[in-house]
Write a protein of this length. Structure first.
Length: 86
């Protein structure tokens, strides 16, 4: 289903996951990020996902390899919400 972009007046990025190896997020922080996204999609004015970026990075720390994964959701609104949580 295509989103009519002519109605979009404000776009907010929501990052879910750890994108910075210096600041790894625990499960509680990722849950908070998902909750903020869900609030943007369900509260007034309701946002619509207009784009999605999926990214990852491979890090080698000593003998271990770590995979960082994150998704960036671009949520469009018909007007800027009064309070958009970061």
């Amino acid at each position: 289903m295509a989103v009519d972009l002519t109605e979009i007046a404000y776009v907010k990025r929501f990052v879910v996951g750890s994108s910075n190896p210096e600041k790894l997020h625990d499960e509680a922080e990722i849950e908070r990020q998902m909750q903020a996204l869900n609030e943007a999609l369900t509260s007034y004015p309701k946002g619509k996902i207009i784009a999605c970026e999926r990214s990852f990075a491979l890090l080698s720390i000593n003998e271990h390899q770590i995979v960082l994964q994150w998704v960036v959701y671009h949520v469009g609104f018909t007007r800027k919400p009064a309070e958009v949580r970061e």
